[in-house]
Design a protein around this ligand. Structure first.
Ligand code: THU
Length: 160
């Protein structure tokens, strides 16, 4: 038996003021997207903004449904839109913000496993890392240099 250790590295910015200007403006777009979330069941609003290498910015928010599993997370709403509108463009980075209507979300909220899997597909497709920034409503912002860093042991086309 051997032990395999898997390491992930995150960078944490204490506040929005610490972010580089272009990242701050992407996060502001994510906040605007979050305000458009349709989340009457969970009361948990999420917004995502994606910067493409053609300088387009694509946003998405979570869209819920009375048939709960039919809803979709903000990150996938945004990335599928980007993939369908700009199939040739590479994704540079994604900014995500999540806020509960019930209590203030003050720590970074990471993307769910299904969204990591979806974003991973595009990272592999474009053969270039996608930076992921995520936060709550206020407080610190976490950054991962790639999606792969957030999804060790990912299931990808190499196993098919
Ligand atoms: N949600 C997202 O939009 N992104 C995530 O990564 C996690 C969860 C949404 C789905 C649902 O509408 C609500 O947040 C509560 O789970």
């Amino acid at each position: 038996m051997k032990e395999i250790k898997i390491e992930s590295t995150l960078y944490v910015f204490d506040s929005l003021q610490e972010l580089p200007k272009d990242v701050l403006s992407l996060m502001e777009k994510a906040v605007q997207a979050r305000e458009k979330a349709y989340a009457p069941y969970s009361n948990f609003n999420v917004g995502a903004a994606i910067l493409l290498d053609n300088n387009e910015i694509v946003c998405g928010s979570n869209q819920e449904n009375a048939s709960y599993p039919s809803g979709l997370c903000a990150e996938r709403t945004a990335i599928y839109y980007a993939g369908s509108q700009f199939p040739e463009a590479k994704i540079v980075r994604m900014a995500i913000t999540a806020g509960s209507k019930v209590n203030k979300t003050t720590k970074p909220i990471p993307p769910c496993g299904a969204c990591r899997q979806a974003v991973a597909e595009y990272e592999i497709k474009q053969d270039a890392p996608i930076e992921i920034y995520f936060m709550g409503e206020t407080g610190a912002i976490a950054k991962s240099n790639s999606l792969a860093n957030l999804l060790p042991l990912m299931f990808d086309k190499s196993v098919l």
